[in-house]
Write a protein that binds this ligand. Structure first.
Ligand code: NAD
Ligand code: UGA
Length: 466
């Protein structure tokens, strides 16, 4: 397998951790070390109890359990690990800038730049540097410049670098399955030997025809474009969902009909409370920023509308709940089913639940939130206020509850925001018995058994159902 014996990955997050775990699992002869400045996160990756891993992904505990300590390591020794590695993946966060030039749209590259500087300083011999983070087009040129400015010599030894782009397409909740059987692996670069070395790693388990190679800029832009196209489908179907509600059509029937067209396809046509997650919004805004930078105002405005519609969908749902509850939720209990941005993850970044819950808190609601994987600490951080002491909730307060029945207790409504499987199997007669009448189910994911809820006496609103 080429000459790759040691891999370092900078960033032990939702991408770095699972990606490296699968590489280590599939390439037992390669030593893989994931490094991070966050000592707490590294300690969690090293926790002997695999239920304590910092990232929840179905199947990840088994993969980490097989490889950890054998050829998969988690460490805070960043420079030492870089020095010992042939390949360094940069898999650090690239959030939207919050201040300065491009604030609110451009990606903040300070963690990527810091990583490149550390690689420049610590690397030995020839090192392949791989962009795994999602980055603006032409970032590889910046990384290359930083690496070259190291002067080509570290510790008296000549150093050299090849920069590759290898964006990650995994989705949270299915990360392990996506990594084990990807639709494609994309490698962009200028150095054929470096491309071949990285491709030889993936060939250990990915069929050769699924490993696409291209130039750097096309690779970088393909990642932003893939996310923009996926998110665009969600805003498209959510817009049609609102139209269905107004006209008596059913968005699931519409999705079934259009999805049967092989040119459209059935995936990513699920109407919901709007897309969340750390990347769709960030990557589209980055695309918008770059288009404006290159003078393409119409193209920028086109993609920006995908994000605008997503915000509108979230606001629309909060407003609808208030309207149906006689125009006010002040002092009313609402059970919130799900807080993660999608099922099978503990991640809440940009979760639609955050915006919707904040709007309801603002209106004075008392929220009883249940989510199988999200901690109370995370909810408090996202909602910008501590939970109310149990038993003494006041207007505009929230607390976490352990199960659906307690979310429903004394509530005027249940609001289903994340499509966890358990919400499809609710015991509606038992739930209805503890709610205040008239009681509502607002199902923003079309996940619950609406007819069972109706039979138990609830009024039901389902997204996209007219
Ligand atoms: P994350 O925030 O979960 O993890 C990033 C980690 O990098 C953090 O633990 C942070 O402490 C660490 N870090 C930052 N600067 C560092 C430095 N200089 N040295 C060492 N460690 C450092 O982020 P993530 O969700 O894993 O995303 C990483 C990148 O991958 C982003 O660019 C994102 O857009 C992209 N991506 C994410 C997903 C996803 O599903 N989350 C999928 C595809 C691509
Ligand atoms: C997404 C992409 O699917 C990945 O390919 C990409 O690698 C990743 O972003 C990234 O770059 O971070 P992720 O955000 O983890 O993955 O999860 P998705 O399954 O794409 O869901 C994103 C959001 O869209 C969720 O809130 C989900 O509930 C919502 N969604 C998805 C819908 O509302 N309807 C759908 O039909 C599909």
């Amino acid at each position: 397998m080429g000459s790759i014996r040691h891999i370092c990955c900078i960033g032990a997050g939702y991408v770095g951790g699972p990606t490296m775990a699968v590489i280590a699992d599939r390439c037992p002869e390669v030593q893989v070390t994931v490094v991070d400045l966050n000592a707490e996160r590294i300690a969690a990756w090293n926790d002997p109890d695999l239920a304590q891993l910092p990232v929840y992904e179905p199947g990840l505990d088994a993969v980490v359990g097989r490889a950890r300590g054998r050829n998969l390591h988690f460490s805070t020794a960043v420079e030492q690990t870089i020095a010992a590695s042939d390949v360094v993946f940069i898999s650090v966060n690239t959030p939207t800038k919050t201040k300065g030039l491009g604030a609110g749209q451009a990606s903040d590259l300070k963690w990527v730049e810091a990583s490149a500087r550390t690689v420049a300083k610590a690397a030995r011999g020839h090192t392949i540097v791989v962009e795994k983070s999602t980055l603006p087009v032409r970032t590889a040129a910046v990384i290359q410049q930083i690496l070259e400015s190291a002067g080509g010599a570290a510790g008296g030894e000549q150093t050299s670098f090849s920069v590759l782009s290898n964006p990650e397409f995994l989705a949270e909740g299915t990360a392990v399955a996506d990594l084990e059987a990807p639709d494609r692996v994309l490698i962009g670069g200028q150095d054929p030997a470096a491309i071949e070395a990285l491709a030889s790693i993936y060939r250990q388990w990915v069929p050769a025809e699924r490993i696409l190679t291209t130039n750097l800029w096309s690779s970088e832009l393909s990642k932003l474009t893939a996310n923009a196209f996926l998110a665009q489908r969600i805003s498209s179907i959510n817009g049609i969902a609102a139209f269905c509600e107004a006209t008596g059509a059913d968005v699931r029937e519409v999705a079934r009909a259009i999805g049967a067209d092989s040119r459209i396809g059935p995936k990513f046509l699920q109407a919901g409370p709007g897309f969340g997650g750390s990347c769709f919004q960030k990557d589209i805004l980055n695309l918008v920023y770059l288009c404006r930078h290159y003078g393409l105002e119409e193209v920028a405005a086109y993609w920006e509308q995908v994000v605008t519609l997503n915000h509108w969908q979230q606001q629309r749902i909060a407003r609808l709940v208030i309207t149906k509850l006689f125009g006010t939720v002040s002092g009313k209990r609402i059970g919130v089913l799900g807080f993660a941005f999608k099922a099978d993850t503990n991640d809440t970044r940009e979760s639609p639940a955050i915006r919707i819950c904040r709007d309801l808190l603002e209106e004075g609601a008392i929220l009883q939130i249940v989510d199988p994987k999200v901690s109370e600490r995370q909810m408090a951080q996202d909602l910008g206020q501590a939970s109310a002491p149990t038993g003494r909730p006041s207007d505009g307060s929230w607390h976490q509850v352990p199960d659906i029945l307690q979310a429903a207790a004394g509530a005027d409504a249940l609001l289903l925001l994340t499509e966890w499987q358990q919400f499809a199997q609710i015991d509606w007669p038992a739930v209805a018995a503890v709610m205040r009448r008239p009681a509502w189910l607002f199902d923003a994911r079309a996940k619950a058994d609406a007819s069972a809820a109706r039979a138990a006496g609830l009024q039901v609103w389902t997204v996209g159902e007219g």
